[in-house]
Design a protein around this ligand. Structure first.
Ligand code: ATP
Length: 359
């Protein structure tokens, strides 16, 4: 079967600043029309990778191939992309129309067609009437939508978004999230967005590239990344996984704190590791009756605090055996039917499928 090559191929990219390695042998393929998020903590290299793709940063090693052309050494103006930065970066002395049309000036497009294209973009960002305003007369959210229209005006093959939502307040951010997604789907434009916000990545991306110290920690769909975090780093960074340090005693036997426990997993041959599970996969019980240790991880913990979170409640629970505190998320109705008391001890269970062990 003949497969089409990926739209963007990044091969063994390496970039240092002095003795600091910002990108360490990054290889990645992005398909046409995909929405990709580069996700990771501050300093992990996601912006540097985006800038290398744009040609704004020159890599020391590696290749970037876009639509079958090796663009590795091309300057930014000869590459085919539109970019939106965190700080809207509009020209303050140009009107919205002039800002959006800026990139079209060199393209020898007749004036009438240019005006039509600008108006179409204004319609697409749902701001049809602001063409004659100046950036200073617009809200942050409106300016960012204009920046998006400007990036799309030349109909580039690739849209690059560098933390485009992080300067906006929470409500505008949510709204613009949806707007970017629907515009991206409508245009079918291959898009890469840099973000350190896991919710943004989980809700917007087709695939997420999780980065850690200049390397790729995991690439996968939001569901893969959330449900099957490949490493402890990914588990810690995406969602709020409970992670308990453990010593391995046998093929299904762990020492947690100073307690010897059975887990419904086949543990790898190693000395120690971390047992992980999500707060929402824990169930709370008054007694251990009926809990099967061959199918569930069963343990006891004390309820320290109950936090009402709106759609659910978060319980903070602790152990007397020298382990970190854990979180348990329950639907509000379940809390009412269980009616747990702060200070009391409860039995907890986690189904085998929701347990992870990181050697
Ligand atoms: P942030 O969200 O904080 O920007 P990031 O993951 O996007 O994080 P990068 O901006 O890619 O991180 O930077 C990666 C590392 O490279 C950081 O430690 C940063 O200090 C360093 N770095 C980036 N640009 C330069 C530069 N021009 N000179 C020196 N160091 C740099």
């Amino acid at each position: 079967m003949k497969t089409t090559p990926a739209y963007l191929q990044i091969q063994h990219l390496r970039k240092s600043f002095g003795s600091f390695t910002a990108l360490d042998d990054i290889s990645l393929e992005i398909n046409e029309g995909e929405f990709i998020c580069f996700l990771g903590p501050s300093g992990c290299g996601k912006t540097t990778l985006l800038r290398a793709i744009a040609g704004l940063e020159q890599q020391e090693q590696g290749r970037i191939v876009q639509a079958g052309c090796d663009v590795s050494t091309l300057p930014p103006q000869q590459r085919d992309f539109g970019i939106v930065f965190q700080s809207y970066a509009l020209f303050p002395n140009l009107t919205v129309n002039e800002n959006i049309a800026y990139g079209l000036a060199n393209m020898k497009i007749p004036r009438r067609e240019r005006e039509q294209r600008v108006q179409l973009l204004l319609d697409q960002i749902h701001l049809p009437d602001i063409g004659n305003k100046f950036p200073g007369q617009l809200s942050g959210g409106q300016q960012q939508r204009v920046a998006l229209a400007r990036a799309l005006a030349t109909e580039p093959g690739l849209l690059l978004l560098d933390e485009p939502l992080s300067a906006l307040d929470a409500r505008v951010r949510l709204h613009l999230r949806n707007e970017i997604c629907s515009l991206q789907r409508k245009l079918g434009i291959t898009t890469i967005m840099v973000t350190h916000d896991q919710d943004e990545a989980l809700t917007m991306a087709d695939r997420i590239v999780v980065m850690d110290h200049g390397r790729i920690a995991q690439i996968g769909t939001p569901e893969d990344i959330y449900l099957q975090p490949a490493t402890e780093f990914v588990a810690r960074f995406v969602g709020s996984m409970n992670l308990l340090p453990a010593r391995v005693l046998g093929h299904n036997q762990l020492m947690l704190g100073h307690k010897d426990v059975q887990v419904p997993l086949i543990l790898p041959p190693c000395d120690e590791g971390t047992l992980g599970f999500r707060p929402e996969s824990v169930q709370l019980h008054a007694t251990p009756w009926g809990l099967d240790r061959n199918e569930q991880f069963v343990f006891q913990a004390r309820l320290d605090h109950i936090h009402f979170m709106g759609a659910f409640v978060r319980l903070e629970m602790s152990f007397d055996i020298g382990l970190p505190q854990i979180h348990v998320d329950l639907p509000v109705e379940q809390l009412h039917s269980l009616n747990p008391a702060v200070g009391a001890s409860y039995w907890l269970s986690v189904p085998a499928a929701a347990l992870k062990f990181y050697p």
